[in-house]
Design a protein around this ligand. Sequence first.
Ligand code: ATP
Ligand code: MG
Ligand code: MG
Ligand code: MG
Length: 568
Amino acid sequence: MKLSKMHVKTLREVPNEAEIASHILLLRAGMIKKLVSGVYGFMPLGWRSLRKIEEIIRQEMDAKGGQEILMSAVQPAELWMESGRWSKYGPELWRLKDRNGRDFCLGPTHEEIFTDVVRNDVSSHRQLPLNLYQIQTKYRDEARPRFGLMRSREFIMKDAYSFDKSYEDLDKSYQDMYDAYGEIFTRCGLTFRPVEADTGAIGGSNSHEFTALSEVGESEIAYCESCHMAATTEKALCADAVPSTEAQLPMEEVHTPNTKTIEDVANFLGLDQKQTLKALLFVTYDDEGEENGYVAAFIRGDRELNLIKLVNALNIPEHAIAFADENKMAAATDCVGGFTGPIGLHDCKIVVDSEIPGLKNLCAGACKTDYHLKNVNYGRDYQADIVADIKLLQAGDPCPVCGAAVKHARGIEVGQVFKLGTKYSEAMGAYYKDENQQDQLIVMGCYGIGVTRTLAAIVEQHHDENGIIWPMSVAPYQVVITLVNPEDEIQAEVAEHIYQQLLQARVEVLLDDRKERPGVKFKDADLLGIPVRVTVGRGAAQGQVEYKLRRESEKEEISTEEAIARAI
Ligand code: ATP
Ligand code: MG
Ligand code: MG
Ligand code: MG
């Protein structure tokens, strides 16, 4: 491609709204264009890099037996009602109505859609296992779209869904995807860590996030060099107790005549008040699924509790701080539940819709007479919904697994893998017939990669003060030939010769034949980040050109033919 003909507009100035390198550089290199907050378009160079990432993903997904399909972004509300997520998903879900008033949403993810496909198409055990994926545009009306492609409202995701006959088979499908993700992010040139993760709004039992290490990342991970514990900080907090169903007691209602304060609850539960406590905060919902408040819950911990510090760390709104200050929390040690805010104390329903993995036989309840349950267990008696960000495990704290000092790192969540189990197949009736013609629930997993976010993460890890430094695998072009003086016949001829040779060898090559000053061309070449630069200048008359890698500062004078040979 000749740059003189190419639709690319680079910017000298840093765009106002851009704060981080990837956002600034992708805009300045003319690779992406903002339409409105959190919505971007891709210009030729940006789109080429994005397609390279997609191709890597396709190859690795296909290598594991994945089959690509493409489903619509428009999803009927009925399917979301079947799964129960229509009311639970919250304001991130981009809802719309058609002219007849029928409800739809723009898909933030596609569990319902893929489950629907498979429940209709799959009937026999012979059709399983199955891994279907798509590379498709997702919509999430993020509260704070920012950092360009990092957190946008429209973005491209690769989402895959596995369908298996059993949990053992799911383990295999999950491992395949885990391995594929390792290959994908390595081939994209990313430095990353797979870490254990919370299962969040999607639910399920087992999950890893793939985190590209970066100071500007919004994810915080804790890892241990002594025992290979690596988890999001939320997950790491709870990693000390692995849930086991063995020790679970039958759930029972308990009589709680007076549970106005922490002491009341602790007393009737027979708990030791002197034990220090940790607190967690959960969002609660009413019958319509609307957020109606917050529940503060304490779990037993061995850390000194500084309530206000904790409240700040958890981002608890002020009305909840008031409760905490007055020591009016209804839930105490080993409890899930408590007051809701801001409405008051007595209109609170029992809310146990949050996951604290590893804690068994919890007490759930509210500040209301006879409103308590004992021996409540996650998974059996309640499901996870939304867990507030908990960032309690600090660098230097003892590792919850082995006790060594943990380290902290920041990163960008570029992908996540989940074992869903039968959550969706149960809710939506996705069955297969086994060898004995018995109906069995299909066991599912889901696996996402933020394709556009991955592009941004690559730039975040590969740039310098002059611009992007693309890894070869995802570079929009591999070579740029900078023609210093297009008016000089010899230079123009040599540049054209190299260009044609490289084209013939199927090298992706750009020829900067613009009538611009050399300084402008060099600046642009650096900004665009093409890995190999061949500069055709005065030496051309003697058959010499300059060969330089974007990643390195040395330049070499070599012969035209040698330059061609190296670039191929
Ligand atoms: P985050 O924690 O950053 O909000 P998520 O956990 O909500 O992400 P998932 O539901 O796991 O995201 O979606 C799969 C992948 O899609 C994520 O790992 C991430 O790479 C990407 N992704 C999610 N939200 C966005 C967004 N708003 N903009 C760009 N990519 C996103
Ligand atoms: Mg999110
Ligand atoms: Mg996340
Ligand atoms: Mg995620």
